[in-house]
Design a protein around this ligand. Structure first.
Ligand code: BGC
Length: 752
């Protein structure tokens, strides 16, 4: 329920190193009986940690996350009934977060404002029905915390000598505290959370602690993760422990160059007593940490890594007989966790961590299988919608769009619709529709889908091709020079026109679902025009496509731009190119999610498996053989000789190239939606690549779908579980499809 706010947004009269505390002491209204319910509504400019009488109000962190603050600031509402007492202290600890901290590579922060501020309203209800409201106003006070520096990119400094809980108790000595002032703001921006909050998840312990050749104490957590370090320590007062984080080692030392300007450094000054350290106003993408200043010897049991991301329910699983593929799949899962921290980001570690639209456009179908991401992405799409509404239908490169505030480098393109990136406005809602079948969610984002489609219509050439203007195109084509990732083999017009065609098909299908018949026929007619322009200008007889590289065939086949002999010819050519390239991947952001599907759907399943199972660089498994525990930004983020790719952008945690998981789910696990929300499912595992067994599982709205197949000699067996409410089409290799309903089904056949 939307809360109607009466409180003021308040800022401290002094900034207190960017981590002020706000405090209000109050008496519960007397004479009204017991407290029946108490609810706290809270948000901030910055991040906020609310407490009542010293107790944390919730275990959520980094609230209120990052939204397009200009138009939408989310708040949380907590049941705090057990926390209120006759005399109570309501406290808010603030930090810079996304609101005022650094964002992007420009070195700048404070894009949304220069002042941190808190907004809270405590509603207490008594037995006799009386209601008491304690809200932020100018009677509050502000004081310093033990955090003396905090930034999402650079890290947090906590001086335990300043740690005190006294301020949370009634009657505290508030020497040094100051007043607060109300901050003008548009209360119309305040909205409850749509998606999930951010929480702590796994806790990982070091697998190794050692001294590097340069004499540094290094810790390996065995997993590239996103979160922070936590420990309890005792040492001489004033001792400073410094923690630097990195995803990889290079030359046996911490490899921090990929972080660019992000310092990713936490500092902790000891009080002399027993101190607990947990920097909750930052986060790092790391597997390794360098610990300096630890009192005595650092042992593995002394320190732990806390994994932090949005609360998401795991729904989809896949396992098979190939351990490298299983590791690849785990890497995809960890890539999702690390980059689903309130906003779907490109990467979680360097001075970027932005909601790049193209990355999630590629990855959304894989994500929607692995986890229930409906709320998370619905929330992000709300910002896509808002950004777009304020930019004449333009879907920006990143959402929330902070780049609009940055003086773009001279070589940076002016904002305009670009294929894949802007297509996120259609592809992401469509992926959610396929996975969850939520018509209302589709309707919510339908205006954004159509606004994008219409804007691009205005960018088409007279030929009906989208062949002018800036494109990221097949970004990060592995054959592009490391410092020029935009120089792809694939023709930009082919890529953009193909992607636009896919968008138009989705938009017209969405219009049909939503009974917008005029739109449906308009966009489907436009799609037909683009289709024939594509054929006329880019396809020659036999399915050859302009720029003749894997990406253009993958897109044309998978997006339905070719028929009959052309389609088969394109598939054959794609297989030929794959073979000629020694089954090394030759596609970038555009082609990679679709290349295996284009092969398997044109009769080249073996080639698809060979591509997937290739270990030489560039390939999906090369990073796995190099010990990767997340999906890398570049196929060769780490070069075979163990040095880091010299490119400016070298992340070791980028989910985009992990979009192959979608094909793995459909083809190895054999689970693909035939109707939105899996009301009908295609169960068609396609064994290959020497796999001897695989198991897939997916929690759908209707219940869990499970598959399990194995091969013994030439005998193929498949067990399928279909929940009530789901109709399945099951196809085993070499047999006709059969239609089945709920229940457990067993199939066996002999492979040719
Ligand atoms: C990001 C990408 C993003 C790209 C756009 C990079 O810096 O990390 O993932 O999509 O820029 O070109």
């Amino acid at each position: 329920m939307t809360h109607v706010w009466t409180a003021d947004l308040i800022a401290p009269d002094q900034d207190f190193a960017g981590a002020p505390l706000l405090r209000k002491e109050f008496d519960l209204a007397a004479g009204h009986g017991d407290v029946v319910a108490a609810t706290l509504h809270v948000t901030a400019h910055g991040v906020v940690e609310p407490s009542i009488n010293g107790a944390a109000v919730s275990d959520e962190v980094l609230t209120p996350g990052w939204s397009s603050y200009e138009w939408r600031l989310r708040y949380r509402s907590y049941d705090v009934t057990p926390l209120v007492a006759e005399v109570s202290v309501l406290g808010l600890a603030l930090g810079n977060g996304w609101f005022r901290g650094r964002l992007g590579w420009s070195g700048r922060g404070a894009f949304y404002g220069s002042e941190l501020a808190g907004l809270a309203e405590l509603h207490v209800e008594f037995t006799d029905g009386h209601r008491q409201v304690v809200g932020t106003d100018t009677t509050w006070q502000a004081g310093p915390s033990a955090t003396t520096a905090n930034d999402l990119y650079d890290g947090q400094t906590i001086d335990a000598r300043l740690t005190s809980t006294a301020w949370t108790a009634p009657g505290a000595d508030l020497t040094g505290w100051v007043g607060v002032h109300a901050v003008e703001h548009d209360a119309g921006r305040l909205q409850p959370y749509v998606g999930p909050p951010v929480r702590r998840h796994e806790v990982l312990h070091p697998v190794k602690v050692w001294t590097s050749p340069a004499g540094a104490t290094l810790v390996d957590f065995g997993q590239n993760l996103v979160g922070w370090l936590r420990f309890t320590v005792r040492g001489p007062v004033g001792t400073e422990i410094t923690l630097r984080h990195a995803e990889v080692l290079e030359h046996d030392e911490l490899g921090t160059r990929p972080l660019r300007s992000a310092k990713a450094t936490d500092r902790f000054v000891l009080s002399g007593g027993e101190d607990v350290f947990e920097p909750t106003m930052t986060f790092h993408g790391f597997r390794y940490a360098e610990v300096t200043g630890w009192p005595g010897e650092l042992t593995p049991d002394a320190i732990e890594a806390v994994v932090v991301h949005s609360e998401l329910r795991r729904t989809g699983t896949l396992e098979c007989s190939d351990e490298l593929l299983n590791q690849l799949h785990r890497n995809v899962v960890w890539g999702l966790k690390g980059n689903f921290l309130d906003v779907p980001t490109d990467c979680p570690q360097r001075d970027e961590r932005l909601g790049w639209t193209g990355d999630i456009a590629a990855f959304a179908p894989s994500a929607a299988y692995l986890y229930d991401v409906s709320g998370f992405l619905d929330n992000w799409l709300a910002d896509v919608d808002l950004e777009q509404q304020h930019a004449d239908g333009l879907v920006p490169f990143v959402v929330p769009d902070v780049l609009k505030y940055v003086d773009a480098p001279s070589d940076f393109p002016a904002p305009e619709s670009t294929a894949i990136w802007s297509d996120a406005a259609a592809w992401v809602p469509w992926a959610l529709w396929e996975a969850y079948g939520d018509r209302e969610a589709l309707a919510r984002h339908y205006p954004a889908m159509t606004a994008h489609a219409r804007r691009v219509e205005g960018l088409l050439s007279d030929t009906d091709l989208w062949d002018t203007g800036f494109q990221f195109g097949d970004w990060l084509d592995p054959q592009a020079p490391p410092d020029d990732p935009i120089k792809a083999k694939a023709d930009n017009g082919v890529v953009a026109t193909a992607c636009y065609y896919r968008t138009l098909r989705q938009v017209s299908a969405a219009a049909e679902v939503l009974d917008r018949t005029d739109d449906a026929s308009y966009f489907s007619a436009l799609a037909d025009r683009v289709h024939s322009a594509f054929g006329k200008h880019y396809v020659t007889d036999g399915g050859r496509i302009t720029s003749d590289c894997a990406t253009v065939y993958a897109l044309a086949i998978e997006f339905g731009l070719l028929d009959g002999a052309d389609r088969q010819g394109a598939g054959d050519r794609l297989a030929e190119l794959a073979r000629a390239n020694g089954y090394r991947v030759s596609t970038g952001f555009a082609g990679t999610p679709f290349v295996t599907g284009a092969l398997s759907s044109t009769g080249h399943l073996d080639d698809a498996y060979r591509l997937l199972l290739e270990r030489e660089c560039p390939s999906w498994l090369y990073p796995v053989t190099m010990g990767a525990t997340t999906v890398w930004e570049r196929w060769d983020s780490m070069l075979p000789d163990g040095t880091i790719n010299p490119g400016e952008m070298t992340s070791f945690n980028h989910y985009a190239l992990g979009a192959v998981a979608d094909w793995m789910h459909r083809t190895i696990g054999g689970i693909a939606p035939l109707a939105p929300g899996y009301a009908r499912v295609l169960v068609e595992p396609q064994p290959g690549g020497g796999l001897t067994w695989a198991r897939g599982g997916l929690d759908t709205l209707h219940g869990r779908i499970e598959t399990s197949w194995s091969i013994d000699g030439n005998r193929f067996q498949l067990d399928v579980t279909i929940p009530d409410g789901v109709a399945a089409t099951v196809r085993v290799p070499g047999e006709d499809a059969v239609e089945v309903g709920a229940g457990k089904h067993h199939y066996a056949t002999s492979l040719a």
